[in-house]
Write a new protein. Structure first.
Lengths: 450, 440
């Protein structure tokens, strides 16, 4: 790791910073796939739904992050739109700079977005396209912000780097550009900065905070408008929600705008309590403290009887997690609060920060397997006689094909798992999964199998 | 061919629905038993392909990746490619391995073919009767259809190379079936059933009907879950004839003909009464046997449903965004149903587009939206089009690839008499929804 230079591998607030020669994990061949920096940037910025997102690359690039129903946001005039220059073989030899400029013009004239994000990709880096100067030229011609995002896929092996780079682009070009009228600000304005996990999650968190009298100014990498993000520097506190990649952004906002930040999550009662207290701590307001305290007590008291029955059913059940990234730690508190034992956690692509977050949320007796493969996790599940596997992403096919009861936290959820309502939803989904008749039926043999 | 340039209207794509070639290639490989595609590209490419296929089929897909470092791009990446091949061979022992190059490797100028050749030479003994090969599938050209067809051709070529060009005795009662990518696993199953009802043995390649149909016969595996086994493909070269469904599969059929003189016939599509009649006529001649009673009934039922549905389809205008072969099939069938207008958008060029009735343009979903606003009763296409259809206020019927958020899409049948009846019901019901919406 280079010393004394300001690059993205140096993050003073990050726990791996003091280690020698350890940046991101080197990529390995195999089935492990964790997206690329480009996909990470796209996932982080796409939720700014009224801006246009133009991918300057070949056809396949946009496929990595656009068009899934889960991340389609009904918000702003351009939500759900994908723009691509779709470079063809002629552009490969002639270069695509002219095409890019005209494409920006087409979007500016026909769709009039508040801003256009332009994404560099592997191919444009190899073509040595000067995207910055084209964006500048376009800004002058059409008079709207055109923001280049430099995170081509070949520069790394995980989407985290891309999120970081997206944060850089926001810090350089967006945050601090907008202004609020005085009367539009409240005393308790905060930003939620974190990894985007569905529109529903964001909404339920904003709703929860609103009940406690706290206003969310901007959700960065969550459902938001360009204008909101550009004014986010006017918030009083930043909350880093379930993320390790955006730490550079909050740290830079702290340095530049003196906005303090803390890390927290909204999954599980204990986590919510912690987050609320942190918010209270940063505002130094006795009234707010009282209000938060009352709010937490009221909600927890309401939740207790509702969950009593579920807790009884779930008590003593054992779960095994086969998840990646934040999914492997954000649900741990909630699972344990609901009375489940966690026998093992198998992960594939977790960095040190994820692992330490896993550890601080666990009691003894949980096996943590880094670099876990499919056979290993199935074997552990059977050995420990677990009842339920919790998976994320395409790991779901492992328990499915082995007919093991499972819940896919990244796809099966019909409602948000965040906030107090989320605890209810999660409890219902866990119980519902275990009670599914299909787990029994799929074990039955056919009439001709004797 | 002047009218078939890419995106005539503009330089960029707004809401593109073109699926990259590599997806087609990986899809085709799922139809060969114990196969493993290894993609040499950025991690995002691999992840995107896996995601698309898994979400559409609701099935795991066999797919591995080669490590890409930025240093690879300067010093070359034969070591990375070798590592990936080595790992795949030692851990999973696939029968058929294809190293797939992307735009990235193409631009850097990686010599995948040579890498693979060296790898194979070094372990000639261990790889007997197994296939390891490479194929460049850059996403700056072609689409799902071309990728699928090219991969099939590559495998056919390799199989011919493995078993040699033969003038062995042909078996009249065996047919090679080459189904195009617009056919679902359910379609392929139906076709296999129809052909074998004539007492013919059928070799299907690629055979998605036994791999991506969804089954629990084998537990979790990193290789393809089913499909035609490699050693069975030896027999492909002694079949009586080859049937290709979809214009894009003609290349593979021709390769088989060139290698061992097996005649082939291309059916552009097997949807619709006329198309199915042609197919049955062909099978009767080929097998010299009679049609089963079941299919006589199915034809009766189709005819009756067509009579029932005539007012539903009459005067309707339908727009579709699909792969070229799929569009042609749909346009022929809708012509049979007597719709007023059928306008189509294709993601990439293909010779079959000229045969589509009204006209097909090459474009994106922004073009579809424009067509929709000019007035349409139904929008047919992949799930990418759903928001556009909603914005334009047109009823949406998912078809093609990818389709998200629906169950059993891979088992939907639209070929043969029964399949056509099923499709007629599905599309007709969507049209009825539009009508009842208007009347409200």
């Amino acid at each position: 790791m280079p010393k004394g230079r300001n690059n993205l591998f140096v993050e003073p607030d990050c726990e791996h910073n003091n280690q020698e020669k350890k940046g991101c994990v080197r990529p390995k061949p195999g089935g492990v796939s964790r997206g690329c920096p480009f996909a990470g940037s796209l996932a982080a910025l796409m939720p700014i739904a009224d801006a246009a997102h133009l991918v300057h690359g070949t056809a396949g690039c946009l496929e990595s992050g656009w068009g899934y129903p889960g991340n389609r946001i009904d918000f702003g005039s351009l939500s759900g739109y994908g723009f691509s220059t779709q470079l063809n073989n002629r552009d490969m030899t002639m270069g695509g700079e002219r095409k890019l400029l005209q494409s920006i013009g087409y979007i500016a004239v026909n769709y009039r977005p508040p801003a256009i994000f332009v994404y560099a990709t592997c191919v444009t880096v190899l073509l040595m396209e000067d995207i910055d100067s084209i964006c500048q030229e376009a800004e002058q011609i059409w008079g709207l912000p055109v923001i280049p995002v430099h995170s081509p896929g070949l520069t790394g092996s995980s989407s985290n780097m891309g999120r970081k780079l997206a944060g850089e682009a926001l810090m350089d070009r967006v945050i601090g550009k907008g202004a609020h009228k005085r009367e539009e600000l409240t005393d308790f304005d905060i930003n939620l900065i974190g990894e985007y996990s569905g529109t529903e999650e964001g909404r339920s968190i904003v709703g929860l905070l609103a009940k406690a009298g706290i206003r969310v100014l901007a959700q960065i990498t969550g459902e938001s408008r360009y204008e909101e993000v550009s004014r986010s520097h006017l918030a009083k506190v930043n909350m880093l929600v379930c993320s390790r990649s955006m730490i550079t952004l909050v740290r830079k906002m702290k340095d530049k705008y003196a906005i303090p930040y803390f890390e927290g999550s909204f999954y599980g009662e204990r986590e919510i309590r912690f987050a609320m207290r942190q918010i209270g701590f940063h505002f130094h307001n006795p009234d707010l403290d009282k209000r938060l305290h009352r709010f937490i007590r009221k909600e927890e008291e309401r939740l207790r009887p509702e969950l009593a029955l579920v807790r009884k059913e779930l008590k003593g059940k054992t779960a095994v997690l086969y998840t990646d990234g934040v999914d492997s730690w954000i649900y741990l508190t909630m699972l344990q609060e609901l009375g489940l034992k966690i026998a093992a956690i198998g992960t594939n692509r977790n960095a040190q920060e994820d692992l330490s977050r896993i550890r601080e949320r666990l009691t003894n007796g949980t096996q943590i397997i880094n670099d876990c493969d499919d056979h290993q996790i199935v074997k552990i599940f059977r050995d420990r006689k677990a009842d339920l596997m919790i998976v994320s992403g395409r790991n779901e096919f492992v328990p499915l094909k082995e007919r093991i009861p499972f819940l896919n936290v990244a796809r099966d959820q019909h409602a948000s798992y965040a906030g107090y309502e989320g605890v209810r939803n999660f409890a219902q989904d866990l119980l519902g999964t275990l009670e599914q008749p299909v787990w029994v039926i799929s074990g039955k043999s056919a009439p001709w199998e004797g | 061919m002047k009218a078939y340039r890419e995106n005539i209207s503009k330089l960029l794509s707004v809401n593109p629905f073109r699926v990259s070639q590599a997806v087609g290639g990986v899809l085709a490989l799922q139809g060969f038993f114990r196969s493993l595609p290894i993609i040499y590209g950025a991690h995002g490419c691999v992840e995107a392909i896996g995601q698309l296929l898994s979400q559409h089929f609701r099935e795991p897909v066999a797919l591995e990746n080669v490590t890409i470092h930025d240093s690879n791009l300067i010093f070359g990446g034969n070591d990375s490619a070798r590592d990936a091949l080595e790992m795949a061979m030692s851990r999973y022992k696939p029968d058929l391995t294809v190293l797939i190059g992307t735009s990235l490797t193409e631009m850097v100028g990686e010599d995948l073919e040579n890498d693979v050749k060296q790898f194979v030479q070094e372990r000639a003994g261990a790889l007997r009767k197994k296939l390891v090969m490479s194929l460049h599938m850059p996403d700056y050209e072609g689409s799902l259809e071309t990728g699928y067809a090219r991969m099939t051709e590559r495998v056919v070529e390799a199989v011919i190379g493995l078993y040699g060009r033969t003038a062995r005795k042909k078996r009249r009662n065996r047919i090679n079936l080459l189904p195009g990518p617009h056919l679902t696993p359910g379609d392929v199953m139906e076709l296999k059933e129809i052909i074998s009802s004539f007492g013919l043995e059928v070799i299907t390649l690629p055979d998605l009907s036994s791999s991506l149909c969804g089954h629990l016969l084998i537990g979790n595996t990193k290789l393809s879950r089913g499909g035609v086994p490699l050693d069975y493909l030896d027999k492909m070269l002694t079949s009586g004839c080859t049937v290709a469904v979809g214009g894009c599969m003609e290349g593979a059929a021709r390769l088989i003909e060139q290698a061992s003189g097996i005649p082939y016939r291309v059916f552009p599509s097997l949807t619709g009464l006329q198309a199915t009649d042609d197919f049955f006529e062909f099978l009767i001649k080929e097998s010299r046997s009679d049609v089963e009673v079941k299919y006589r009934w199915q034809r009766q039922i189709l005819l009756d449903s067509m009579l029932d549905a005539r007012c539903v389809y009459q005067g309707k205008s339908i727009i579709a965004a699909l792969e070229p072969d799929h569009l042609l099939g749909l346009s022929e069938w809708l012509g049979e149903m007597g719709v007023k207008a059928f306008r189509a958008v294709a993601p990439s060029a293909s010779p079959v587009l000229e045969s589509i009735k009204d006209r097909a343009i090459i474009g994106d979903l922004e073009d579809m939206e424009r067509l929709a606003k000019e007035g349409a009763d139904l929008w047919i296409g992949s799930s990418h089009g759903q928001p556009g259809a909603q914005r334009a206020g047109v009823t949406f019927e998912p078809m093609g690839f990818p389709v998200f958020g629906r169950l059993c899409t891979s088992l939907a049948v639209s070929v043969g008499y029964r399949g056509t009846t099923e499709l007629l019901g599905r599309v007709g019901n969507a049209l009825l929804t539009t009508e009842s919406g208007v009347r409200k």
